[in-house]
Design a binder for this molecule. Structure first.
Ligand code: NPG
Length: 375
């Protein structure tokens, strides 16, 4: 498999409303989209990185630079057995998992389209539909929070995830419990708490939550293990789990009993499957998280979410909950479940007109031609 040409497209996607988390707010989605042209055909990759480094240290402009300056020179013109060799070809570059994941996704899309195989089948999907949860960002009032939750439940989502931040978590969860009763509910702190907040976090036990996601900083396995000993509510880790080794270390340390899978955070869908397999072997449930992807990234996430160890609803809600425009046709949700794409490759068709209209900057990189910048 030979990479012949790459389009690095920076898109600005308006959000229907600002999405706020403890770590910052997104007013729009500053997205990097990659289209590769290989000797087997074309493939698309979507990068999970946000416009600013507020989730992890990666951010859209930085991803574009590291892809152009350091990753592509290790791939262009090189003969690869397939997408499963991309990670090896990029191993000498330290870190930058979202940049690497985006390229690997594009190679996977191209290779699997050429082979006529869906990503779901390639990864080992075992179910044709997956249960969908919806994440509700931090809201400026309890009324707005309850309205956002009501809209998500009316749309049919089976589980709600509430963003929380120190000082408002009990009020937030209590209001949702009082208003919607025993709806499946979990919270996500994006690492905003300290171990000193343990007593406040322990009071969340009264609300029968599915989990508390990433309460402490991503490098605080010891703190999470202490929390897990003191709280009844299961601890789920997200930002902390950067590799299969970190997943094994976190489980062994008792720092979590559930893991959120995100291909971008760990370097790609193939690495995410390795973490899934490791967790399944240890009886640790996993579920697929979201990074405000378009329908392209969501389609790939649905394939991952159909693996046997993904036993909890993922953050897979339809992109139109966040994005004013999408790049692919919406997938039909039935009874809180979305279909797993079965077409070849990632399994959805990208609307090139929408991509062109939403592209704010395009770079084309091809070995026979120097990098071209077009407006
Ligand atoms: O449905 O894509 C979605 C959003 C899910 O809340 C969600 N993601 O940390 O998991 C997270 C969180 C997030 C995304 C936080 C983007 C900050 C920015």
């Amino acid at each position: 498999m030979r990479l012949e040409r790459v389009e690095l497209r920076r898109l600005r996607l308006p959000l229907v409303a600002p999405f706020r988390a403890a770590t910052g707010a997104q007013a729009d989605r500053d997205l990097l989209l990659v289209r590769v042209t290989t000797d087997l055909g074309e493939g698309w990759g979507e990068c999970a990185a946000l416009g600013e480094p507020t989730y992890t240290s990666e951010y859209t402009e930085g991803v574009r630079h590291v892809i152009r300056a350091h990753l592509l020179p290790r791939l262009l013109g090189r003969e690869l057995r397939g997408a499963d060799e991309v990670a090896e070809a990029l191993r000498s570059i330290r870190g930058h998992p979202m940049a690497k994941a985006c390229l690997e996704m594009a190679f996977l899309d191209a290779e699997l389209r050429a082979r006529g195989e869906s990503l779901a089948r390639h990864l080992g999907a075992v179910r044709p539909t997956v249960e969908c949860g919806a994440a509700v960002g931090l809201q400026d009032s309890v009324d707005h929070l309850l309205e956002a939750c009501a809209r998500a439940l009316e749309a049919g989502y089976r589980r709600l995830k509430l963003k929380i931040e120190p000082g408002r978590e009990l009020e937030t969860v209590r209001a949702v419990r009082e208003c919607f009763g025993p709806v499946p509910l979990q919270v996500d702190a994006n690492g905003a708490y300290e171990l000193e907040d343990l007593d406040r976090l322990a009071r969340l036990d009264e609300f029968d939550l599915l989990m508390i996601e990433q309460p402490l900083a991503e490098d605080d396995l010891r703190g999470h293990a202490e929390l897990a000993r003191r709280l009844r509510t299961p601890i789920c880790l997200d930002e902390s789990i950067t590799s299969p080794r970190m997943a094994a270390a976190a489980i062994a340390a008792g720092a979590c009993s559930i893991i959120n899978l995100k291909a971008g955070r760990v370097g790609g869908y193939l690495e995410a499957r390795r973490i899934h397999d490791l967790c399944r072997a240890q009886g640790v449930p996993v579920w697929v998280g979201g990074m405000l992807e378009t329908g392209l990234g969501r389609a790939a996430n649905l394939a991952l979410a159909a693996l046997p160890g993904c036993t909890l609803p993922g953050d897979l809600s339809a992109p139109d909950r966040y994005l004013a425009r999408d790049l692919v046709d919406p997938l039909p949700m039935q009874d809180g479940r979305l279909p797993v794409p079965t077409q070849a490759g990632v399994g959805v068709s990208v609307h090139e007109e929408a991509v062109r209209e939403l592209t704010v900057d395009l770079e084309v990189v091809a070995p026979e031609r120097p990098m071209l910048r077009r407006p």
